[in-house]
Each structure stands twice: as C-alpha cells, then as structure tokens.
Write a protein that binds this ligand. Structure first.
Ligand code: C2E
Ligand code: CA
Ligand code: CA
Length: 900
C-alpha cells in the first residue's frame, strides 16, 4: 500500500514545478558592445573654418535652408531619443545619419547668416546641442547597464532558490522542510512581476515604489527564515543570497540615480534645441525675408520627461514578458493517480473484509471448541479452513484434542490398573502385617489373635490350650560363626520344621530373633501337652539342611497351659517364657513345664533389673579394693576394684546378687563405665598422693569390650584424670575370645598404650591355653578353684605350678586368687614371681582404707612368712578388717533386694 502511495506521489510530482514563476524578457538588455558606440560629435562644425559671413552675400533664397536646418535639428533630437532607449544598430545608424544631415543643414544655414556674431552664436549653440545629445545617450546607456546588473542578480538569486527547492524531496506539491524556500521563491516571483508591470527596473518613477516594496517584502521573508535556511542550505548559500539582496538594493539606487541623470540630460538637450530654434528666427529676421514662423516652436519640441520615459519607443521595445507558469500535473496524470488511488482503496476494502472474515470466523470456531474442551467435551474438533496460519492452528488443536482423548483413555486404564494393584498391595500388606517377613509364619500380633481364638474355642469344647515358647540353643554362635544370611536361612528351616511338626495339633508363630512359639489346641490333659512338647524337641534331633549343609540345632522349650496356668494370652506366653528360662538352665534339648516358682524367679529377675537401673540413676554403687601382693617385695603390687551395691538398709550387696541380671539386660555397659570412672578417679588420687606407683585392676565384661568406643573411652578417662596408662590393669575372662577378632584388636591397642591386661579366673574355662596364645596378656589370675586344692591335692598343685612355670616362660605375671589358708600361702610363698590375693592376705577394703592396708602389708607378709612354713594354719591374719558381708548376710540381701 505504501509502495502504491509513493508511486502515485512520484507520478504526480515528476517534472512538476513547485511554484509559479514570472519571466522577464531581457533580450533588450543584452549588452551590445559592438553596436553600442557613443555618439561622436565633430570638434568643429562643417564650414566653420570659412566664416559664415563669407558665404552670405550670394544667399538669396534663405527660407528653404532654414526649414531644412530646423528639421535636421528635430531629426537629431528624435534619433537621439530612440537611441537612448534602444541599443539597436538601426537607432545608431539613424543617429549617425541625423548628425550628417544636421551638419549639412548647418552649413547651408550659416551662409544665410548676415553677421559674424550671429554665426558664432549659432556655432556655439549647435555644438552645445550636439554635446547635449551625446551626454543624454551616455546617461541612458549607464542607466540600462545598471538595470541589467539588477536583473542578473535577481536571476542568480532566483536560480539558487529554485535549485534548492528542486533538490528537496516533494510530497504532493510540498517540499518537505523547505517552507521558507517556497516563501522566498514566491516573493522573488512577486518582485519580478512588479518589475514586469513597471516595464523594467529602470522605468517609471511611479514604478519605483512598487519595486522597492517587492524588494522589501523579499528581504523580510529572507530575514524571517534566515536561521532555518542557514541550517538547511549552509553558510555559503546564506552569504551569497544576502549579498545578492543587498547588491540588488544598491543597483536599484544606481538605476534611480542614472534615470535622474538621464532626465537632466534630456532637459539639457531640449533647451539646447530651443536655443538653436530661437537662433533660426533671429537669422530669418536678419535675412529680412523672414516671414512666418518655423514649423514648430520651441515649446512644441520639448517633450515632458515622464512621457518620454513611459512611452519611449526604446523602453517599449524592451517589454518585460511576464510568464507565470503554474506548473501543475496534467489532467491525464491526475486521472491516473486518481484511478490508482481508487483502485488501492477498493483493494484495501476487499482485503480488509476478507481478512476480518478469514480471521474472525476461524477464531470464533476455535473459541467454541476450546470452551467445549474446557467443559470436558473431549470429542470436540475445530472445522478446518480460513487463513493458512489459523488452519494450522485448528489442525494443531485437533491433534491436541486427539492426544487428550488418547491420554484420557490411558489414564482410565491406568487408574483401573492402579486400583487393582492397590487392592492387591493392601492384601499383601495385611498379610505382611500378620506374617513374619522372613519365615512367613504368623507374627507376634497374629499369634495373639490366633491364641485368643484357640482359647475361645477351647472354652466351648471344654479343653485346654498349650503354649510352647521355643528358643534355639546357641543360635548366636551360629549366627556369628556362619554369618547373618546363613542364620536367616537356618531360621527359615527351623520355622518349616516347627510348622510341619505343629501341623497335627496346632500352629507355629515367630516372635522375633530366634524365639518361636507353637500352640497346641485342644489339650485334654497335661500329658497331651508334654507329649507335644517332646515331639517338638525330638523334631530337632534330626539335622536341618541349610544351603545344602546339614546342621544340628537344639531347642529349649518352655510350656504353659490354659486355663491351668494363666487365663490371658499374654500371661500364657510369659509363663511359657519363665518355663523356658528353666529349660535353658537345665541344658540343651530340654522341655520345662511352667510352675508358679518359676514365675517368682522371673519376677525377681525383673525386680533386680529395675533395681540396678534405679541404683545407677541414684548413685547407689560403691567400689571396694582388694590388694594383690607381690611375693618379691612383700608389698601391695596392685588393688582390684570390686563393685558393691549399697542397699537402702545400708547393707552392701555383692556382685553375684545382681551382676548376672545386669549382664543379661545389657546394663553392664553402663555399670562398667561407672566402675571405670570411679576406679580411675581413686587411682589418680592415690597416684598424686602417697602412692605414685599405684596400679588398680578393673574387671571388664565382654559386653563392654565389644563396644568399639571402649578404647577411646579409656583414653578419655586417663586424660581426664591425668593418669599414666601404667596405673591401670584390665581384667577380663576367656569369654572375650568368643566376641570376635575386633575385641582382640582392641586389647592389642590397649596393650600398646601401656595398659596391663589380666586374664581372670584362669583354669576354669575350656580353652585356657588358647587364650594365652591369642590374647595380649600381661598377667593371668589363677582361679580360686585351682588354688583351693593346692595344699591338699597334688594334682591341683602340679597343674598350678605347671601353669606358673608356663607363664614365667611367656613373661606373663601370675596372681593366685583365693588364698585363704596359711598352708596354701606356704605352698605359694616360695615362688618369688607370684602375686597373691585372698582373704588370708586382705579382704576387699573401702577406698579410704587402701593406703593404710598398703602401709601394714610388708610387716603382715613378713609375719606370714615366718608363721607359715612348718606350722599349721593359725587362721587368717587379716591386715584389714573385712568390709564385705559374710555369705549368710548375702542371703538376707537377696531377701531384702527382692522386697524393695
Ligand atoms: P573375681 O573377679 O574373680 O573377683 C574375686 C572375687 O573373689 C571377689 O568376689 C572377691 O571378694 C572374692 N574373693 C577374694 N578373695 C577370696 C577368698 O580368699 N576366698 C573367697 N571365697 N573369695 C575371695 P566378689 O567381689 O563377690 O566378686 C565376684 C565376681 O564379680 C568377681 O570375681 C568378678 O568376676 C565380678 N565383679 C566384681 N566386681 C566387678 C566389676 O566391677 N565389674 C565386673 N564386670 N565384674 C565384677
Ligand atoms: Ca577379677
Ligand atoms: Ca577371679
């Protein structure tokens, strides 16, 4: 569309002049230097060398000569007038001819003159007349030259302005951003028009004001727009234009001055003529025959200057042609443009309607379809058609709708699938919730539900229900030895065996770990239950096959009966558990029936555990210290820390009343830590006090050692109490050998830190010699049972001394425990490398008594040495008063602990 508009404009404007313009015909101003010659006037009049009087005698017929002379004067004047306004060859020739005629006429005329004075007078007047004519012509030429200059300047100016306009860009007749140029052009045109109307810049005194006015308005227009023109046309353009305008004003003044001069000369010419004509009258009178008057009087010859200027034939020839060219496009071109424009408009209208229709209709269809889709009508589709882009959009929409439809179907299918899966999983979860995940037997929850149901049924048919609590013997060893995966497989086999066996009389369940239960439904006598129990025990006499390997697992079974022993399911199970405790105590492959006494033991166990917890929280434990004396120095080499429980009644309970339960419940770790801390604290007090070489032996349970943080804990405590590692010794039993390699590693580490390691109760276990080999020991403590017979039993003595020698060889120190009698002492006293510990030397004493015991020890030992050999035992010489309770008091403790 824009291209069409531009094209129309170009068509309109091509070759079109923007402004009207006035043309002046300046041909008559063209300088004609070859044809222009100033009129030459002879220095002397023809015949003047010969006085006029010399010729006058023969002159009789004066009248024709006078008449000729007057007409020659007139011809000179008129030819001069013509020559003044027209610079043509003819006018010049006419002047020349008139001069010749005048000269000839003057010659004849002089002859008529009677007196010499008159001749001279005529000669002078004639010369003045000819001079006036020449001056007049010179003034006229100068005036014309000035006018020509003026017009040339005007043309220059006009040419520059027009050129600037033409170089500007035009739209529908307007020059963009050249308004001032157009104004300037219009003023120039007007000025030219005025000059044309006046007949030339040099003409008419009445024309001057009009030309001046035109010039003034040009100047004003220029002044008003000089600034903007300077911007668009440049400084040089401005300089030149201004100079032109000023020069034109100056030239106009010159023209005016020249005109004035020319009029003066014209007047002078007229008066000179009048003088000549007057002289002809005098001549006629002098000749006597003068009658009549000349054809023309002096007044008739003088023409008024204004009329000469207005109607001068020369000026009239130089007519200014004023051509105003209103340059407008021709009709043909106009109609072409109009046609194009109409066509464009029509095309525009058609395109608009078509565009609106082809956009609106598809868009509306699209909107409807989108609305339908949004409302769930997934089968909706957009009709195709319309503009290409909208059609593609519709196609894309339809594709999307199809995909949505397909996606919806998929979603529906998926949801159905998901629902069925959820249902299935729920069933599985329910199953899992009731089943043990490893063995798939009923779990603890399901067990109670089933047991409850069995009890219910048994009430109806008036019979009993037996519950068997089954525990695998030494399953822990199997698990540790063969690995957990194998252990799990073994548990699955056990479950299968139990299920098979129970299938005839009830069901099996797994409670967790290696604990299983079997319920015997419909028991009619205790014997029935026992028979079922034995069946279960027997079932495990056959080996299980796990991963292709045959393994033998023995079980311990505790049984309880409903309604004989308990009425609730939980009660029944705990009764069976109590019976199991008993079965375990009896050894492997045992079945034990519940009895009320078992319940008491279980209760006691429970109460003790609670008591220990309470005691730990309320700091009810204490340490006593029992010396071990070196036979080399007879001094206390070290003291063993032994734990006691201060009961509310003040009695000190010994470890055998609570330690087993503490071990079983795992509380031993906590208690052990308490012992470590307090023993180290006491050791550091002694170390910094009167016993710098202190050494305290601390009993450590295997459970403590298993904890990988144990070594770190010992280091922390040593640091905390600023105690050298050599001030402590850890006592452990052979059971550490069963806890695996990592504990042995820990022991090596402890040993490398300088901590002494003693093996307690040596000689009671099964693998004492293996311990000597594997453990990083610095001491062994020969068990009391071995020392007991050293004075009476040669075999015991032989074993004891063999071990002492062995340790000597291995560079391991030896302490003999439980030295009660002087006879025992006597047997051991000879061995200087020995340490002795026992009631004979000292009972365990309170912390505050230790230093006192140490002080008295060498003397007591000395006395013992003296009294022991040869003489029979005189009873123990106690260094310290016993701080422990007697054995009978311990029984009381049990009572009191149970009643707490
Ligand atoms: P043990 O380590 O073998 O400690 C020696 C036990 O023998 C102590 O009994 C001690 O009082 C007793 N005893 C010492 N000399 C004689 C004697 O000449 N004749 C007799 N019949 N007994 C004597 P206690 O203090 O009752 O300790 C019993 C066991 O408790 C200890 O045996 C030890 O295994 C354990 N135990 C004691 N204190 C702790 C402790 O702090 N931590 C750990 N883990 N166990 C401890
Ligand atoms: Ca010990
Ligand atoms: Ca011991």
């Amino acid at each position: 569309m824009a291209i069409l508009a531009v094209a129309a404009n170009v068509v309109m404007e091509r070759g079109v002049q923007v402004v009207r313009s006035t043309r002046l015909d300046r041909s008559q101003y063209s300088p004609l230097p070859d044809t222009f010659r100033p009129v030459t006037i002879p220095a002397q009049l023809p015949g003047s060398a010969n006085p006029i009087g010399g010729d006058q005698a023969g002159h009789t017929a004066s009248e024709p000569a006078i008449g000729r002379f007057v007409s020659a004067v007139d011809r000179f004047q008129s030819s001069t007038e013509v020559r003044a306004t027209s610079d043509s060859a003819e006018s010049t020739a006419e002047v020349d001819a008139s001069v010749k005629e005048l000269d000839a006429a003057a010659k004849d005329f002089r002859r008529l003159l009677p007196r010499p004075p008159l001749v001279a007078e005529v000669d002078a007047a004639l010369i003045a007349y000819r001079q006036a004519g020449a001056d007049y012509l010179a003034a006229a030429v100068l005036r014309r030259f000035a006018a020509m200059d003026y017009l040339a300047r005007l043309d220059d100016l006009d040419g520059r302005v027009t050129a600037s306009i033409n170089t500007g860009w035009k739209i529908f007749g307007r020059v963009v951003a050249r308004e001032s140029l157009l104004t300037l052009h219009a003023r120039l045109d007007e000025l030219r028009h005025r000059i044309g109307a006046a007949g030339g810049p040099e003409n008419s005194s009445s024309g001057f004001p009009k030309v001046t006015e035109g010039e003034l308005s040009l100047r004003q227009a220029y002044d008003a727009s000089e600034r903007s023109l300077a911007k668009s046309e440049g400084a040089a353009w401005i300089l030149q234009t201004r100079e032109d305008i000023e020069r034109m004003a100056a030239l106009r003044e010159e023209v005016r001055a020249a005109t004035a001069r020319m009029l003066d000369q014209q007047r002078l010419l007229a008066s000179s003529r009048a003088r000549l004509v007057a002289l002809t009258s005098s001549a006629r009178a002098a000749a006597g025959g003068a009658s009549g008057s000349p054809r023309t009087g002096p007044n008739a010859i003088v023409t008024p200057p204004a009329s000469i200027l207005r109607s001068s034939p020369v000026v009239a020839a130089a007519t200014t042609t004023t051509t105003t060219m209103d340059t407008v496009p021709d009709r043909g071109r106009r109609s072409t443009v109009a046609g194009i424009t109409a066509g464009v408009l029509a095309l525009l209208a058609v395109i608009s309607i078509w565009t609106v229709r082809s956009i609106l209709i598809p868009v509306r269809r699209m909107l409807d379809a989108t609305r339908g889709l949004a409302q769930g009508d997934i089968a909706t589709r957009v009709p195709r058609g319309g503009m290409k882009e909208l059609d593609s959009l519709a196609a894309a929409f339809n594709r999307m709708a199809s995909q949505l439809e397909a996606a919806r179907d998929i979603t529906h299918d998926y949801r159905r699938h998901l629902e069925s899966q959820v249902e299935q999983r729920t069933r599985q979860l329910q199953h899992l919730a009731e089943r043990d995940s490893l063995t798939l037997l009923a779990n603890r929850r399901r067990f109670f539900v089933l047991l409850d149901q069995s009890m219910q049924r048994s009430r109806d048919i008036e019979c009993g229900v037996a519950v068997f609590f089954i525990d695998l013997d030494n399953f822990k060893n199997l698990n540790d030895g063969m690995g957990h995966i194998f252990g799990d497989r073994a548990l699955i086999s056990v479950a299968q065996r139990l299920e098979e066996t129970a299938a005839g009389f009830g069901f099996a369940a797994r409670l967790g770990g290696d604990e299983f239960t079997v319920v015997h439904e419909e028991v009619f006598s205790p014997q029935d239950a026992e028979a079922a129990g034995l069946k279960l025990v027997d079932a495990f006499r056959r080996p299980l096959v796990v991963e292709g390997r045959e393994i033998t697992v023995s079980v311990s079974i505790g049984a309880s009966l409903y309604p004989d022993h308990e009425h609730r399911a939980e009660g029944l199970l705990s009764a069976a558990d109590a019976a199991l405790f008993r079965a375990k105590a009896l050894g492997r492959n045992q079945l034990a029936m519940f009895t009320p006494e078992l319940r008491e033991t279980a209760t006691r166990k429970f109460t003790t555990e609670q008591g220990v917890r309470h005691a730990l929280e309320h700091d009810e434990f204490e340490l006593v210290y029992q010396p071990e004396v070196s036979m080399a120095t007879l001094e206390v080499g070290l003291v063993e820390a032994l734990v006691r429980w201060r009961m509310p009644d003040g009695r000190l309970a010994p470890p055998d009343e609570f330690l087993a339960v503490t071990e079983e419940s795992g509380l031993i770790v906590e208690l052990g830590d308490w012992v470590l801390r307090n023993a180290l604290r006491a050791a550091s007090d002694w170390h910094r006090g009167r016993w710098p070489g202190v050494k305290v032996a601390i009993n450590v349970s295997a459970r403590q050692l298993i904890d990988h943080r144990f070594v770190q804990r010992i280091q922390e405590l040593l640091r905390e109490f600023a105690l050298p590692a050599t001030c402590i010794e850890l006592e452990l039993t052979e059971s550490v050998l069963q806890t695996g390699n990592s504990t042995i590693e820990s022991l090596r580490l402890l040993r490398s830190l300088g901590i002494a390691i003693a093996l307690d109760d040596f000689g009671t276990g099964y693998s004492s010699l293996a311990s000597l080999e594997q453990l990083p020991l610095s001491r062994i403590k020969l068990d009391r049972s071995l020392i007991a017979g050293i004075d009476s039993n040669p075999r015991s003595r032989a074993i004891a001394f063999a071990l002492i020698r062995l340790c000597d060889e291995l560079d391991i120190e030896v302490t003999a425990e439980g030295v009660e009698r002087e006879s025992q002492f006597a047997r051991l006293a000879g061995s200087r490398a020995m340490y002795l510990q026992g009631y004979l030397i000292s009972r365990p004493v309170a912390e505050g008594q230790v230093l006192g015991v140490n002080d008295l020890m060498p003397q007591a030992m000395h006395d013992l040495m003296l009294s022991a050999p040869g003489s029979p035992a005189r009873g123990p010489r106690l260094v310290a008063q016993p701080s422990d309770q007697e054995p009978e008091e311990r029984a009381e403790f049990t009572e009191s602990a149970a009643t707490r």
